[in-house]
Design a protein around this ligand. Sequence first.
Ligand SMILES: [Zn+2]
Length: 326
Amino acid sequence: MAFSTDRPRRLRRTAALRRLVEQTRLHPADFVLPLFVKEGLAEPQDVASMPGVQQHSLESLRKAASEAVSAGVGGLILFGIPETKDATGTGADAEAGIVQQALRALRSDLGDSTVLMADLCLCEYTDHGHCGPMTSDSATVDNDVTLMRYASVARAQVEAGADVIAPSGMMDGQVGVIRDAIDSAGYADRAILAYAAKYSSAFYGPFRDAAESTPSFGDRRGYQMDPANADEALREVFADIEQGADAVMVKPAGPYLDVIARVASVVDLPVAAYQVSGEYAMLEAAAANGWIERERAIVESVTAIKRAGAQTILTYWATELAASLR
Ligand SMILES: [Zn+2]
């Protein structure tokens, strides 16, 4: 039987050969750590569905942020949980709102040594848990009223020191409105990382425990994307770029590697992907049961996301990964 002289196994023979030809390499700066900070908390609280993840007090947030920066992560992204919630999410743009307090504290601790990102949405701040104020018949989120709220939140976040605003609400026109708002407030130099292709995903379940943002009625399918759609992701990405996005994100990451690859192949901006709470919880749960090799599975999961085309990965393992790569 004829046999090709091509033997791919030659380059797999030793660890040194494999290392030499490794095509996708992880770096600590690839990773952005999501952090939850809760107003009025005296001690950090464990998130039951995300072992190893906590809701932070301002004090414990500062510690976790410093550890992440020492490990070499590329940046931090903040999510706030207010003490009181209302229909329009007043806590999100209050000058003394929890994320604004956190941004000021971290800027004073860390200077410009890391990138401070602020997630921009209202679902943690509204009493109904949706991503913006509802229409008068409570049927859905009022897109254009919500945009006005997002503009105000963006101004509060840049004034508090955010380097990057990351709008995640999936309202039509949100990037353009936020760009205008921060430009006219004198912050034309602050960047927007758009959650451009954010799917309505079952994998967000544990996050809603962490961020206390479960909708009290209905779901988010009226504004987040249908998991069945891929072409639409490109439409969302190009709309956000046209409105002024500086970088674009796909969320979730692992179940949407095809979308990451398609987006990365057509845009010339940085592409990020969010390895979400459900991706984290599944792997941690399997590892806790001894069903999977934890560290190898974590590295493989983020390597796949980078290989697909994401240069920045938001992941709850950011500090651990960065430290292990150092
Ligand atoms: Zn939201």
